[in-house]
Unconditional design. Structure first.
Length: 119
């Protein structure tokens, strides 16, 4: 695997994050906003896996010296961290969807702009 692949993965993660940010800021539908936030979380997880996968064994920092987490151990740690990202994202979707359903029962509209208005 080459450094060009790392750059490609990081750019793809940044693109996914930017799409999620645009979706979270531009959408009016509450479910679409939740999906956009989910996309941002998963883009961060992709970047973590990509960075830890390409950290070479025996990598050194100029100030700190040899990095203790490098090579295969760093890749496994990045994948485990991303697994926790996925668990948090699933919990966030479940709680967010429950909140949207509860808000929809009080005011039957899926639009975020109209949910904060009081009668």
């Amino acid at each position: 695997m080459t450094d060009g692949m790392l750059v490609g993965l990081l750019l793809f993660g940044a693109l996914l994050f930017a799409l999620g940010l645009y979706g979270a800021l531009a959408q009016r539908n509450a479910v679409r906003v939740l999906l956009a936030v989910e996309l941002m979380l998963l883009a961060g997880g992709l970047n973590v896996v990509a960075l830890t996968r390409f950290l070479p064994a025996g990598a050194e920092n100029r100030r700190l010296g040899p990095l203790p987490l490098a090579g295969d151990y760093a890749a496994a740690l990045g994948q485990t961290t991303t697994l926790f990202f996925l668990a948090v994202a699933a919990a966030e979707v479940a709680i967010g969807l429950a909140a949207v359903i509860a808000a929809y029962r009080l005011r039957p509209t899926p639009n975020v702009d109209e949910m904060d208005e009081r009668e």
